[in-house]
Design a protein around this ligand. Structure first.
Ligand code: FAD
Ligand code: FES
Length: 257
């Protein structure tokens, strides 16, 4: 795994929905090397508060620039949300195992909950380049938190019914899978653990291959601290590390708690 540590400049910041931001950085080495599903580990501030770096998916790449999509949940994301063009941050990346975009199935179904949609713009472009048909499913708590920019053929679900299907995005996907042929379908999921568990169960029931990107807690991001284990279903090895062996896993490999 080749990765870089770069001090990079913010090139733009945009608040695309209340509390949800897109930050772009000029980061030539990482932009050249990264693939969809990989992430960067960011030191949000030159001070040591917060102490640990924070992991974020690479949402998209454009020439020398990488893009990150995030919502404010705590200190680190609050600091990042206040960055402006010209500010410096320290990045390590690209990290982790990417999505496999080779054409093993022709119909890609992308299923994202909340900020789980973050890697989808980059993934969508890569899947289209490989000739896949794309159907996307995006879930959020309420209408103003739905993020569907640069996501193709998008079906929306909201928990409160203020936009699209009233219910979870996994329930919406179930309705589709009951009408559509599942031949040649592969599901790509990203979102909170409870959603990934429900998605994994549905894919198993419908016998559809499903890969998910996990968003659990992380510290070093490079396989040293052993702080990001995920239980494996079988085999001699009991755990995998999300940061180096993931964050993308085949659902049949792991137990999502
Ligand atoms: C591989 C990977 C990729 C990620 N990509 C993105 C992304 O593209 N966009 C994005 O918005 N977030 C992403 N995350 C989650 C992101 O890293 C956290 O939201 C961030 O670290 C929070 O930092 P903080 O200092 O603001 O909050 P903290 O102060 O660390 O936490 C604030 C609150 O949020 C909770 N929390 C923190 N991290 C998570 C998490 N991962 N899942 C659930 N609850 C959490 C804490 O328990 C606490 O209650 C990703 C996580 C991983 C592991
Ligand atoms: S975060 Fe340190 S080993 Fe994965």
């Amino acid at each position: 795994m080749e990765f870089f540590q770069e001090r990079v400049h913010v090139t733009s910041r945009e608040e695309i929905a209340p509390g949800i931001f897109v930050l772009r950085f000029r980061s030539p080495a990482i932009a050249r090397q990264c693939r969809p599903g990989q992430f960067v580990n960011i030191r949000s501030d030159a001070s040591f508060v917060p102490l640990l770096r924070r992991p974020f998916s690479i949402s998209d790449v454009d020439k020398d620039e990488i893009e990150m999509l995030f919502n404010v949940v705590g200190k680190g994301t609050q600091i990042l949300s206040r960055k402006i063009a010209g500010d410096e941050v320290d990045l390590i990346g690209p990290l982790g195992r990417p999505f496999d975009c080779s054409r093993t199935a022709t119909h890609a179904m992308l299923v994202g909950g909340g900020l789980g949609v973050a890697p989808f713009p980059f993934l969508t472009r890569a899947l289209i380049a490989e000739g896949h048909r794309i159907t996307s499913f995006v879930g959020a708590r309420t209408a103003d938190q739905v993020i569907s920019r640069n996501i193709k053929n998008c079906h929306v679900a909201t928990d409160d019914g203020t936009k699209g299907f009233h219910g979870t995005v996994v329930e919406l996907l179930r309705c589709f899978l009951e009408k559509e042929s599942v031949d040649n379908v592969q599901i790509y999921g990203c979102g909170p653990a409870a959603m990934m568990r429900a998605l994994s169960n549905l894919a198993h029931e419908k016998k559809v291959r499903c890969v998910v990107s996990l968003e659990g807690d992380m510290a070093c991001g490079i396989g040293i601290c052993q702080g990001c284990p995920v239980e494996r279903r079988e085999g001699e090895k009991k755990y995998s590390l999300v940061c180096t062996e993931g964050p993308v896993f085949d659902c049949e490999e792991i137990v999502i708690r």
